[in-house]
Design a protein around this ligand. Structure first.
Ligand code: PEP
Ligand code: MG
Length: 327
């Protein structure tokens, strides 16, 4: 499939109206690294560190993690100094570690997961942060916290990074020359945090999979309801657009890294409402780029606004008509 898009692999994704959309890849395994070269990704927009914990039958050691992270950082460097955003451990709910005592929770998706676990039982997160710092060997490092629902969680997690830096320095390791720390936006609550929050975080990445499940109150794991609500539903697009506006008001870099970023029709709509950085599975980069290059995103935005004005529930029909007309 990558071959089909070989001719545009090195080209930037520029729309017919001249908008430059940055396309990054999601990753989590060493097997994903060759895609840094052959997918045309500008970098790794989401490195899901939990996969290294999920593929083992026991907790990985810090030494093992340092080795993995180093290989990721070196591969990205070799591919042309591409940036990598490491997301700290996102476990719980749909991601259960086989060697951890399962928690008996009535509703795991709304339960003890991700940063909540990281902050309540900081041992593993501290070990992981040290491994990330050590693997960077002084190079710039970008970190992102999963499932932050309120400002205080970001602050507490950010403080853990500073602590880990201090420990690493004390141990005589070089620490990154520059460290950038951002947050995932996966709960509606965070979209309404104060401006000060958006000024404090260095970047925001929308986790569309979780954000959508909470927005519509529809479990992403439940076959009965998971496809019930369209991502191109006017309510959801309007909500996403508000996030774009908030981040642009505070100058906070914003990206989108849920599965919808890798679906071409969804991707162009996200781009049209102002999400200009998308991170997706590597195989989606070619198809998404190809469609962006053929689309006038300004005209598409007008189509979206018109459908919203007309009272359509989803803009999908109007967008599909537009695409057929555009050819
Ligand atoms: C998301 O929720 O959209 C996301 C990117 O994270 P994950 O799918 O790993 O929960
Ligand atoms: Mg998520």
């Amino acid at each position: 499939a990558q071959e089909r898009y070989a001719s545009i692999r090195q080209k930037p994704a520029i729309s017919q109206c001249g908008k430059r959309i940055s396309l990054y890849m999601n990753a989590g395994l060493l097997a994903d690294l060759p895609s840094l070269e052959n997918s045309g990704a500008e970098g790794v927009g989401l490195f899901r560190t939990e996969l290294q914990f999920l593929v083992r039958n026991k907790m990985p050691s810090r030494t093992e993690l340092v080795a993995v992270y180093k290989r990721v950082i070196e591969a990205a460097e070799a591919a042309g100094d591409k940036p990598v955003i490491f997301r700290t451990l996102d476990i719980g709910s749909d991601k259960v570690l086989p060697y951890m005592k399962p928690t008996d929770e009535p509703n795991p998706a709304l339960g003890w997961r991700a940063i909540r676990v990281g902050l309540d039982r900081p041992g593993v997160m501290r070990m992981q942060l040290q491994a990330l710092l050590r693997a960077s060997e002084g190079r710039p490092l970008t970190l992102m916290f999963p499932f932050v629902a309120q400002w205080e969680e970001f602050r507490a997690a950010r403080a853990e990074v500073d602590k880990a830096m201090a420990i690493e320095r004390k141990l005589g390791h070089v620490v990154p020359e520059k460290i950038s720390v951002g947050t995932m936006l996966e709960t509606p609550s965070l979209a309404y945090a104060s401006n000060k929050f958006f000024e404090e975080v260095e970047f925001v990445s929308i986790g569309g999979n979780d954000l959508k499940q909470f927005f519509f109150a529809a479990d992403r794991e439940n076959e009965r309801v998971r496809r019930r609500y369209d991502t191109l539903n006017v309510s959801f697009l309007t909500f996403l657009e508000q996030i774009v506006q908030r981040c642009s008001a505070t100058g906070t870099p914003l990206s989108f890294c849920g599965e919808d970023a890798g679906r071409p029709i969804e991707a162009i709509c996200l781009a049209a409402i102002g999400l200009h950085r998308l991170s997706m599975r590597p195989a989606s980069i070619g198809p998404v780029k190809s469609l962006i290059m053929r689309t006038d995103l300004d005209a598409l935005y007008d189509v979206i606004c018109d459908a919203r004005e007309r009272g359509e529930q989803s803009v999908r029909g109007a967008v599909m008509d537009f695409m057929r007309w555009q050819g």
